[in-house]
Design a binder for this molecule. Structure first.
Ligand code: FE2
Ligand code: FE2
Length: 291
């Protein structure tokens, strides 16, 4: 099947980052948004299991194509995802060292899930999951950048920088799994099933993770915190839902989704400014500013 997506490999860069988490890092790294802190922490716990699974799926896809442009795209994608989960591993280790007993428990669930998918599910399932996850991650990246001041404004700069860097690169590689899916499968119903599988699975596991962390911090039984959590989820899904619905359209292509100016400015500045440490006082600026 010939699919000649207009991919320009120069769009993507594999970057070596080294986020400097402070000695006094806390699980509630954004004291103004404790519930968001644990939603992010739960998402971070998934990355060292989810991203190696995506990489393995794309390695299998690489063996099924001889299109040099697609191979270049896959290699850059794998390079970025490998950098992501290594940074999350460092952050997750710090979370575990803070004494959260649920961290290794949640990690064990995620590890078993992705091992099972890789071992027991078909390549077609795993490829569709990968594309579903990436389409959702693109939507999440746009939401996080749009709402960055509210979500991260009072947070620890290293954690905010880690998450925003990760999603800036998710936006940067928005076409990779889509192009691979188009080349090797392309069926609409398979793409939609992959989106549903990935979205439902990752959201259920995120809830498992943040619920356990909130219990450990005494927040889950605190009605004010529960109200804040539901308010926050409403805010997040108000921004996310239209972006997720767009993915359901049969002719959806991530190229139709314009890149946020803030992300484009991040790419342009990288290497000149140390964006591994954002200036949180200027997080609302139209361009990212290094500390
Ligand atoms: Fe990633
Ligand atoms: Fe990704």
């Amino acid at each position: 099947m010939a699919w000649t997506g207009l991919f320009d490999p120069r769009r993507m860069t594999v970057r070596r980052m080294n986020f400097r988490f402070p000695d006094g890092l806390r699980g509630l790294w954004n004291p103004a948004r404790p519930e968001f802190s644990h939603i992010v922490n739960a998402g971070s716990l998934a990355m060292p299991y989810l991203e190696p699974y995506l990489i393995e799926t794309m390695r299998q896809a690489r063996a099924k194509t001889d299109d040099p442009t697609l191979i270049a795209e896959i290699d850059l994608y794998i390079g970025q995802e490998a950098a992501h989960f290594r940074q999350h591993q460092r952050f997750n280790k710090r979370l575990a060292e803070l004494g959260y007993a649920s961290v290794p428990q949640t990690e064990a669930v995620l590890k078993a899930d992705y091992q099972r998918f890789a071992r027991e599910r078909s390549f077609a399932f795993n490829l569709a999951y990968a594309e579903g996850f990436e389409a959702m991650a693109l939507a999440i990246g746009h939401m996080l950048i749009e709402d960055r001041e509210y979500l991260f404004g009072d947070g620890d700069p290293a954690v905010a920088s880690l998450i925003l860097w990760h999603f800036v690169e998710e936006i940067e590689h928005k076409c990779a799994t889509y192009d691979v899916f188009k080349a090797l499968d392309g069926r609409y119903h398979a793409r939609i099933r992959g989106l549903l599988h990935a979205t439902i699975h990752i959201m259920a596991r995120a809830r498992l993770g943040y619920r356990a962390l909130m219990i450990e911090d005494g927040l889950w039984s605190d009605w004010r915190s529960r109200l804040a959590l539901y308010g926050l989820l409403l805010r997040i899904f108000a921004r996310l839902t239209p972006r997720l619905l767009r993915i359901l359209v049969p002719g959806y292509d991530p190229r139709q989704v314009p890149d946020p100016d803030w992300a484009v400015a991040w790419w342009r500045q990288h290497g000149e400014a140390d964006l591994g440490q954002l200036d949180m006082a200027r997080i609302a600026d139209p361009v990212p500013v290094a500390a």
